[in-house]
Design a protein around this ligand. Structure first.
Ligand code: NFM
Length: 232
């Protein structure tokens, strides 16, 4: 009797490099997107001094992230070969303006004086890593993979705090909506598609570098959450 299960030999659906890498490095990906600090926001047990530490440190991080995204924007104009890349990155850069304004409002709300905050070690190391990625020897496919990972960790993390069954305190839902909203999810998907397109044509050396950079971003994100949880 003919086996119906195997009678149609369909080609397996093509998965992109990024999803392949996330499967391969799923434990660090989960550590970055389901960190105890994020889970504590979701279940309402969050320690507000940790939240205040995160707020001040992330404000400094975002100020360093702006030149990084500006560098991605310049490369999107010069190196991409696809004119729509620029609009995607420009949209991200523009939203960082609103984000900085939001941080300032949150800073007054939580009595966090940004002018006196000193970047902690994890923050300094993450920013140094971003600076290294901005050097001209780093390929567009590699920086785009890093850019996607940085944004996607926040999207995944804060969307989790808004999912069914959350007990996120009302005063923290603003932060969760900032990165957990649907528009930000769509934007992350657009960045992912750009990265995937570049990776499709990349050499094995560039692929290896992009995979390494992806893992390094996830490690920096875990260290950043750890720093926040440690308080100040
Ligand atoms: C440490 C860290 N990683 C990613 C983001 C999200 N990108 C821009 O806001 C962020 N704010 N902070």
């Amino acid at each position: 009797m003919k086996n119906l299960e195997t009678s149609s030999m369909e080609e397996p659906e093509k998965t992109g490099m990024i999803d392949t890498w996330l499967d391969k490095h799923s434990s660090i990906y989960t550590a970055a997107t389901r960190h105890a600090f994020v889970v504590s926001i979701r279940d309402g047990s969050v320690d507000l001094s940790s939240f205040r530490t995160w707020l001040g440190q992330d404000y400094l991080f975002v100020r360093g992230f702006v030149p990084f995204v500006a560098n991605v924007l310049i490369r999107a104009g010069k190196e991409s070969g696809e004119s729509s890349d620029m609009e995607v990155v420009l949209g991200g850069l523009a939203s960082l303006y609103d984000e900085i304004e939001w941080f300032k409002r949150e800073g007054s709300k939580w009595n966090v004086d940004f002018s006196t905050i000193v970047p902690q070690k994890a923050n300094q190391e993450y920013r140094r890593f971003l600076e290294a990625l901005m050097s001209s020897g780093v390929k567009y496919a590699v920086i785009m993979t890093a850019f996607w990972a940085i944004e996607a960790v926040y999207q995944e993390s804060f969307a989790h705090c808004l999912e069914d069954g959350n007990k996120t305190p009302a005063e923290l839902t603003g932060a969760c909506h900032r990165w957990g909203n649907d528009g930000f999810k769509q934007y992350c998907l657009s960045v992912k598609n750009i990265a995937e397109r570049c990776l499709e044509n990349a050499s094995s050396e560039v692929l290896a570098e992009a995979e390494n950079v992806l893992v390094r971003v996830l490690e920096h994100e875990v260290a950043f959450w750890e720093m926040s949880r440690g308080g100040n």
